[in-house]
Unconditional design. Structure first.
Length: 193
């Protein structure tokens, strides 16, 4: 425990003690009922402290995060509650959340993600065409300075920007095939170089 945490805990204990002392003085005639209330509030307080202390473990269980093992050249991506795999990669130094799509042949950025990555979307020529589950869309080719996470990085990567509406950028096979193995098991997608 750090000094700040000890100071905060001491402050809370003193504040709780002062409130308890005031309640005792105020309700001397109903001590039995007040003891019940104190027990209930004490349990609520202990539950809150336990929840704060265990939040890291709870968060990892409820919303697991991707894991990059640089020394092994491996990225582990947990399956999201909606059944998809989402991978956050740095595109030109900016984090972009992708939905992993093995049915997509290319990496396709939304206009918003492309703009955040420093691509001037107003000057793009949307002359390409791509077939999607929602029909044909116009696309524009772009060259990314870099794409990756941690030390797993590719330079000068070709991608596309979608002229239509997309909720997430797509991470297609043009990126996935750069990995030696792609394995899906036990609710995880594991990419290994």
């Amino acid at each position: 425990m750090t000094g700040d945490q000890i100071a905060q805990l001491t402050y809370l204990a003193l504040l709780g003690g002062a409130i308890a002392f005031w309640l005792l003085l105020r309700n001397r005639t109903r001590l039995g009922q007040m003891a019940q209330y104190a027990a209930v509030w004490g349990l609520i307080f202990l539950g809150a402290i336990a929840a704060v202390g265990l939040w890291g473990d709870i968060r990892q269980t409820v919303a697991p995060r991707q894991n990059v093992l640089a020394d092994q050249g491996r990225i582990t991506v947990p399956r999201a509650p909606d059944g998809h795999y989402y991978l956050t990669l740095d595109v030109n130094g900016v984090p972009v959340r992708f939905v992993v799509d093995t049915g997509a042949s290319q990496v396709v950025l939304t206009r918003a993600d492309a703009a955040r990555a420093g691509i001037d979307t107003a000057s793009l020529a949307f002359l390409g065409r791509a077939m999607t589950a929602n029909g044909e869309v116009a696309t524009a080719p772009v060259r990314l300075d870099s794409i990756g996470t941690g030390p797993i990085r590719d330079e000068g990567f070709n991608a596309w920007v979608n002229a239509g509406e997309m909720r997430e950028s797509l991470l297609g096979m043009s990126y996935l095939q750069r990995f030696g193995t792609i394995r899906i098991s036990d609710g995880e997608l594991v990419l290994t170089r």
